[in-house]
Structure formats: C-alpha cells, structure tokens
Design a protein around this ligand. Structure first.
Ligand code: ADP
Length: 288
C-alpha cells in the first residue's frame, strides 16, 4: 500500500511540475488572473483526492489489528481516488498541451462514420451495464450494407470523409459519450451523423438529467459542474467539456448544445468539410 501511495505521489508531483511549467513558461496569452484561477482550481481539485488517500492510509497504519475486511474497504477507497487522480491529471495534461497549441498534431483524411462506429462499439458495454440503449444513426450497415459495386462503396464512404486528427476527435467523442451515459439514468443515448452542406454534424443526444437554463452558458468553462452534477453520484472535475470545446475549435468547428432540465441534452460537434466552411464560421449550423 505504501509503495502504491508513494508511486501515486511521485506521478502527481511530476505531472503538476509539467503542468505548472506549461502554464507559466508559455507566452502571456492568457491573463495573469486567469492563470491564477486555473492553478487555484487545479490545486483544489488535486487536493481533495490526495487528502482522502492520506486519511485512508493513516487508518490502515493506525488500525493494523482490524480485520482484513475493513482494510479491504480502505484499500478499495484508495484505488478509487487513484483512478480519480489519474483521470484528472490526464485532463489537466490535455489542457496544458492544447494551451501549447499542439492539439492539431496530425490532421488527416478520416471517415467520420467509421470512427463513430468504433466509438459506438467501445461504449456499448458501459451503456448496457446501466440499462441504457445506445443507438447510432445511420449505422455502417445502413450506409454500405446493400452496396455491392466497389465504386459505389467508395462514393458512399467519401460522403463521410473529413480532414481531422483521429485521436483528438476520439477524445471529443469519448468525453461527450462518457457524459451522456454518466448523466442519464434511463432511456437512450443516440449518436447521429448528418452532412449539412459544408459541415459534418455529429449529435450526441441523451434522455438524462439535463442542465438548467441558467447554468447552460457555463458548461464549457473549465472546472464548471452544474449543481445537479455536484450533488449526484457521478464523479468529475468539470474539465471534459472545456477540452472538447478547445479541440473542436482547433479543427475550425463548433461545439454547441441544447438541453432541457429533466428531459435530456444534445451536444453538436460541427466540423468543416469544405474550404468554404472553414472561411465562414457564420454558416455553421448553430442550434443554440
Ligand atoms: P464533468 O467531469 O463534471 O462531467 P464536464 O466538463 O464534462 O465535467 O461537464 C461539465 C458539466 O456539464 C457537468 O458537471 C454536468 O453538470 C454538465 N453536463 C455535461 N454533460 C452533460 C449531460 N450529457 N447531461 C447533463 N449534464 C451534463
């Protein structure tokens, strides 16, 4: 256990060092107050799991005569906190990297329908385990299933082709699907893909808790969590959406949302397909 905590501490120290250096050594794009707020918020988020880890560790040290089953509970608690720390530091690292403008590392030709199909497969188990149905529209089968001629398959495929960084786009969809499942207790999560003139729009729609109108303007802010998310059992640090927003903007696109409290939420990722879309943000299909 001591080794486990020591390793986690070492990992944390190096990661925070890297993040702090990224924040302070980069050119002064972000204002000083914003930097200070970010560091304060990040430290606060890191402190909570560290304090819990310390508490559990002290319990184990102080109560060595307690039955093994009690120790197991404390160790399980520590494991959960380490997982939380790992997720949080991964998010902080992503933010630090995107601040350093390394987000668009590898833009390449990619087929959105195939990427979404992979994501659908990856999240199917998590959705089913919560009793939710995970739908995709159109499905790969619907698009290519009936086509026999190779030229026609290539033509159908090219309709879903865009220039993007697959790894980054996967991060965006992971954040959105993870949230959709996390904040939904019953019903359906649906991913749909639509080509709208110069834009490829991926919509992730859920029948979850929704977000109150007055809180909606803040969902893309770093460290923001709506009251309902804070009071509920779903864990998080409020960083996912701000990361997703930055990645989509780096691709020349838009991340927007609409939500009704108690009914559900839809996030729209609009990515430019043509040069014309890239040069004219105003034509983006805005839903909010
Ligand atoms: P978190 O780690 O808290 O999920 P995010 O940045 O991903 O952080 O999301 C910010 C906040 O937006 C969440 O805390 C939650 O209040 C709200 N939110 C995000 N996605 C959804 C959703 N699909 N349904 C309801 N609320 C959501």
């Amino acid at each position: 256990v001591l080794f486990f905590v020591g390793a986690a501490g070492f990992f944390l120290a190096s990661v925070s060092g890297f993040i702090m250096s990224r924040i302070f050594l980069r050119p002064a794009v972000r204002s000083f107050e914003q930097q200070q707020r970010f560091v304060a918020d990040a430290s606060h988020e890191l402190r909570t799991p560290i304090a819990t880890l310390q508490l559990h560790l002290e319990m184990i040290k102080a109560r060595q005569d307690e039955p093994m089953i009690r120790h197991r509970v404390w160790i399980d608690g520590m494991e959960r906190e380490v997982e939380r720390l790992t997720r949080l530091t991964n998010h902080l690292l992503l933010l630090a990297r995107s601040d350093a403008k390394r987000v668009m590392a590898q833009p390449m030709k990619l087929n959105v329908l195939e990427l979404v199909d992979e994501m659908w497969n990856a999240f199917l188990l998590a959705a089913t385990a919560k009793g939710l149905s995970l739908e995709m529209q159109p499905t790969l089968d619907e698009m290519y299933g009936g086509i026999e001629n190779e030229d026609d398959v290539a033509k159908a495929m090219s309709a879903y082709q865009i220039q993007a960084d697959p790894e980054r786009l996967e991060q965006v969809l992971t954040i959105l699907l993870d949230n959709a499942i996390k904040y939904t207790t019953r019903g359906t999560v649906r991913i749909s893909i639509e080509r709208e003139r110069h834009w490829m729009v991926i919509a992730i729609c859920d029948t979850g808790i929704g977000i109150r109108k007055e809180q909606q303007p803040f969902v893309f802010d770093r460290f923001f969590r709506a009251d309902q998310a804070r009071s509920g059992s779903a864990s998080g640090a409020g960083l996912g959406l701000s990361i997703a927003h930055e990645i989509v903007r780096e691709h020349g696109g838009w991340l927007t949302m609409k939500s009704e409290h108690g009914v559900g939420t839809t996030f729209y990722v609009a990515l430019p397909i043509t040069q014309r879309a890239k040069s004219s943000f105003r034509r983006v299909p805005r839903r909010v």
